[in-house]
Design a protein around this ligand. Structure first.
Ligand code: IMP
Length: 193
């Protein structure tokens, strides 16, 4: 069974295909020759995930899903949140984003944060959503060089190392995206016996 994943991120696609198993063929936007700049301008993660999935469904009328992730910092009222990718500006790097967060947090002792992923699925025309979350704290400086994004400054609860000090396998065992993905797969598995 084919499911379009509204993304061209190869890394995510492989991760999802390996979790989904052989019953589902996960197809990227490039695979269906969709090169549209899909709008993603909603005020929250759920809105963005639904917007992307609906865009693809309206255009192709095929089962599809999309994801949206953000880092939510308690003392910053949930920022960067939906703005995580471009927090420091349109053309910014992961480095710029981390610098901005560390700077904004420099006088705060409450370092609580979480990563949240929302997946929106449209299956047979019906909408379903799945969420994964990992709680942790924001470090005062970078630790580690693995991973991407805010990984070097995120210390997941219960661990003495940042996401950027974990192997990909270790991170995938606890991550927000993996949790949301597992909920999606568990749901899909109930749909076809
Ligand atoms: P996306 O919705 O998966 O594209 O994620 C949006 C932004 O959130 C990314 O550009 C990263 O800055 C950040 N982000 C998402 N997932 C992670 C993660 O697992 N570790 C660190 N940063 C992440």
């Amino acid at each position: 069974m084919e499911l379009i994943f509204a993304s061209n991120n190869r890394h995510k696609l492989e991760e999802i295909q390996s979790a989904a198993g052989e019953r589902y063929k996960i197809v990227s936007l490039a695979d269906i020759s969709c090169y549209d700049d899909i709008p993603e301008d909603q005020p929250d993660l759920l809105g963005n995930a639904l917007q992307k999935a609906h865009y693809v469904y309206e255009k192709y009328r095929k089962d599809c899903f999309s994801d949206d992730t953000g880092l939510e910092i308690e003392v910053l009222d949930g920022r960067p949140g939906v703005y995580s990718a471009r927090y420091a500006g349109e053309q910014c790097s992961f480095e710029d984003n981390i610098n901005k967060v560390l700077n904004e947090m420099r006088h705060h002792s409450n370092r609580k944060a979480c990563f949240r992923t929302v997946i929106a699925l449209i299956l047979n025309g019906k909408e379903y959503t799945f969420e994964g979350r990992v709680d942790g704290t924001i470090l005062r400086s970078r630790q580690g060089s693995e991973g991407f994004g805010y990984d070097p400054v995120f210390l997941p609860d219960g661990y003495a190392v940042s996401f950027a000090e974990m192997t990909m396998e270790a991170k995938n065992a606890v991550s927000h995206r993996a949790k949301a993905l597992h909920k999606l797969i568990a749901f899909l598995n109930t749909q076809h016996g």
